[in-house]
Design a protein around this ligand. Sequence first.
Ligand code: NCD
Length: 319
Amino acid sequence: MRHLLDTRTLAKDDALLLLDTAEEMSATQQREMRKLPALRGKTVVNLFYEDSTRTRISFEAAAKRLSADVINFSAKGSSVSKGESLKDTAQTLQAIGADGVVIRHPASGAPERLARSGWIDAGVLNAGDGTHEHPTQALLDAFTMRRRLFGAEGSRGRDLDGVSVVIVGDLAHSRVARSNLWLLNVLGANVTFVAPETLQPYGARGWPVTVRHSLDEALREDAPDVVMLLRIQTERMHAAFFPNEREYARHWGLDDARLGVLTERAIVMHPGPMNRGLEISSTAADGPRSTVLEQVENGVSVRMAALYLLLSGERSSND
Ligand code: NCD
């Protein structure tokens, strides 16, 4: 693996290698001395063109725990806001000697452009591009599912064959939904997308997913092991996609009544940031089924695994 740009083209072996390596990383994080020397002398640049809390600090913590030098570069307050192109920024990073670039960008495809351009030799990790993909989020979600459903010991080497995953909410604008769909398919899970028609992704009917409009129907018919709620992304909405917030919560929110019909082992996931009372009730977000904080914790282990697999050892330009 040279870059981590998407999950759509991620082979099953590579996905399992990432998840199993994340288990190893997680085990090292239980020790008193959490810092590993694996990336000593390497430089990782966090290049964020879009706001982020969780993902940026998670990548930063992951790189630091592997002893890499970390440079945080946020587009606000940099020459990017003066109109500097991605090419010029990339060439600057190359001159600085970046070994890895973690990029979040509002334009779908920007990380791939960076990786394939020849402007830099660094490994590129996509931290979310437009509505396209967010591969480390999908990996930390799969990691969290394995952990909760099979335990840490039972997780190693294991896929998600037959696991039923219902993903609810703003699918149209969600790179998390797309990355999850591809990865979950490769791991053998069955995925259902639930949203009003206006929030279903364009083209979803050609994808390996069951499309439904009713959350109650999905909970009944698919007996999910995992219910994943997604944030309503008002910042990407330039039209009205549903009548109002009350109506949305009534039809598609995971409220206390719906929480009550879940099977015993079912878990509730959300990538954050959450709109409490809209897509998820506080009882669901804070209850024992919720994995919201575990997802954040597991994110560090997964990103340590990705950085380690991409950046340790010698990098050659043709592997
Ligand atoms: C997601 C993102 O930015 O794509 N959040 C995250 O990475 N924690 C989802 C979202 O913004 O709703």
